[in-house]
Design a protein around this ligand. Structure first.
Ligand SMILES: [Zn+2]
Length: 429
C-alpha cells in the first residue's frame, strides 16, 4: 500500500529534530521519502496535509487494555479499597468475550488519540493479541504472571501458557510478545525465575511493575529483606530489555543499578497522581543516567483515559512543579519521551520513534485549524501544552491507515461502543 501526504508540516524527530514543510511518501509499510520539494508520485491514498501537523505515532509504554471497561468505576478511593471493593471483584468476572470488547474499545481510543504502539500487561493476552492484529495496531503484549489463579488459568498453568503465547507470536509483523511478571510483591522468587528463563530462552523482553507505591517498597523489604529493584537484581531480572513501570520510589543507588543493567522505565504520571502514590519518578535523573524512559497511561481504570497528549502535559507539569523549576523537562524532551523514548524502551529505535527513510510508517496527523491551537508559534510547544487527543485526525500504523480524517477504517465504532456499554454494565452489576 502506498500513501502520499502533501503540503504538511512534518516533525521528523530525527537526530537534529528537523521540522520541514513538504511531502511524505510511504510504500510497503515504510517511509520512503520525506521532502521539502513537492513529490510528484502516484499513491493509493493521497492525503491533503494543509493545516495538518505530521509526527511519529505516540508509544504508550504501559497499559492494561481491557481495563478500559472499568473507566470511571471507582474513583477517589484508597488503592487498597479500590482494588478490594471494585477492581478484583469485576476482574474475577472477566471472560474472553469481555476482554475482546474491552480491547477493541481501548484500541479505538488509542487510534483516535494518536497512539500507534502500546505495551500491555494483562490476563487473556492471547485474545488481546488477536484483536490487536485484526485492528492493525502495533502491540507489545505482556503475558501476565502472578502467584494466584487468574480468570483465565490456574496459577500453576501460567508459565506454560506464557511460553506457548511467546512461541505463537514471536515472529509476527505487528505483535511482539513479552513476559510480564506482575511485580515483586505478587510474584514469589520462583515465578520471577521462571519468567526470566522463558524470556532468555526466546530472547523476549520482560515487563513488570516496580516501586509504584511506598507500601510496596516496605512490604517487599519486609518479606525479602531487599527493595523491589534489588529483588529484581537478585533474581537476574534487572537486565537489558526489562521495562519497569512506575519507579516512583527509587533511590540514587537503584538508578545506578538500573543504568548498569540497561533496563528502561515507563513513567505513568497521571495514574500515579490519581492513585496518589506520592512518589515522583526521578525522570531528570534517569535521563542523566541514560536510562531509557517512555511514557505510559496505565490502565483506563486508574487514569481514566488512554490519551497520551494528556500524559505528556501532566509529565511536563508535575516535574516542573515538584522541583519549583519550569526549565525541567522542556516540551521537546517530553515529545521525545512519548516517541523516541518509548521506542528505546522497546528496543525498537531503528524502526520506530521518528519519521526517517526506511523506518516503519507509524505516524499521526493533528488538525491545527482549531481555536485552542491558534496561533502556532512552535509545534512542539503545542504538542505538549495545547493539543488534545481529540485533535488527531489521521492515524497510520505500519503503512496502513487506521483512521483517516476521523473516519475509522478497521473498527466498527457504533458496534464497539454499544457492546462496551453493555458488557461494562453486566460486569459491574
Ligand atoms: Zn499497571
Amino acid at each position: 500500500m502506498s500513501i502520499l501526504i502533501k503540503n504538511s508540516t512534518i516533525l521528523t524527530q530525527n537526530d537534529s529534530r528537523r521540522q520541514i514543510h513538504g511531502d511524505l511518501y510511504i510504500d510497503d509499510h515504510v517511509i520512503v521519502e520525506c521532502s521539502e520539494k513537492p513529490l510528484a508520485l502516484e499513491a493509493e491514498y493521497k492525503i491533503d496535509g494543509t493545516n495538518r501537523l505530521v509526527l511519529p505515532g505516540l508509544i504508550n509504554t504501559h497499559t492494561h487494555i481491557p481495563m478500559t471497561l472499568f473507566r470511571g468505576y471507582g474513583d477517589d478511593m484508597l488503592l487498597g479499597d479500590w482494588l478490594a471493593q471494585r477492581i478484583w471483584h469485576v476482574e474475577a468476572k472477566l471472560d474472553k468475550k469481555a476482554v475482546e470488547i474491552g480491547t477493541e474499545l481501548g484500541l479505538l481510543e488509542m487510534i483516535s488519540s494518536g497512539t500507534t504502539s502500546y505495551l500491555d500487561m494483562y490476563f487473556f493476552e492471547e485474545a488481546i493479541a488477536k484483536v490487536t492484529e485484526r485492528v492493525g495496531m502495533r502491540g507489545f503484549l505482556g503475558f501476565a504472571l502472578i502467584d494466584f489463579d487468574t480468570p483465565e488459568y490456574k496459577a500453576e498453568e501460567l508459565i506454560q501458557q506464557c511460553e506457548q503465547f511467546v512461541r505463537r507470536w514471536k515472529n509476527n509483523a505487528l505483535i511482539s510478545p513479552l513476559i510480564a511478571p506482575h511485580s515483586t510483591y505478587s510474584c514469589k522468587p520462583e515465578t520471577l525465575q521462571n519468567a526470566l528463563e522463558v524470556a532468555t530462552k526466546y530472547h523476549v523482553p520482560l515487563h513488570t511493575h516496580c516501586s509504584e507505591t511506598r507500601d510496596e517498597v516496605y512490604d517487599v523489604e519486609k518479606k525479602y529483606g531487599v527493595r523491589p529493584v534489588e529483588q529484581l537484581k537478585k533474581h537476574g531480572l534487572l537486565q537489558k530489555n526489562t521495562i519497569l513501570a512506575h519507579c516512583g520510589w527509587i533511590t540514587k543507588n537503584e538508578i545506578l543499578d538500573m543504568k548498569n543493567a540497561g533496563v528502561s522505565v515507563s513513567h505513568c504520571p497521571v495514574s500515579n497522581m490519581k492513585i496518589a502514590t506520592g512518589g515522583f519518578t526521578p525522570v531528570p535523573e534517569l535521563l542523566d543516567a541514560h536510562v531509557p524512559v517512555g511514557l505510559g497511561t496505565d490502565g483506563a481504570a486508574s487514569n481514566n483515559t488512554l490519551d497520551m497528549f494528556e500524559t505528556m502535559k501532566f509529565c511536563a507539569l508535575v516535574h516542573k512543579n515538584h522541583r519549583w523549576d519550569p526549565t525541567v523537562l522542556p516540551a521537546q524532551t517530553v515529545v521525545d519521551l512519548a516517541t523516541l523514548g518509548g521506542a528505546a524502551c522497546l528496543d525498537m529505535k531503528n524502526t520506530l520513534g521518528s519519521l526517517e527513510e526506511g523506518k516503519a510508517a507509524d505516524l499521526i496527523m493533528i488538525d491545527l485549524k482549531k481555536p485552542h491551537l491558534t496561533p502556532l508559534h512552535d509545534p512542539v510547544s503545542h504538542l505538549v501544552y495545547a493539543v488534545r487527543g481529540t485533535d488527531v485526525c489521521t492515524t497510520i500504523v505500519n503503512g496502513t491507515p487506521l483512521m483517516l480524517e476521523k473516519e475509522y477504517l478497521t473498527i466498527d465504532v457504533e458496534k464497539t461502543l454499544e457492546q462496551s456499554k453493555k458488557i461494562a454494565s453486566e460486569l459491574t452489576s
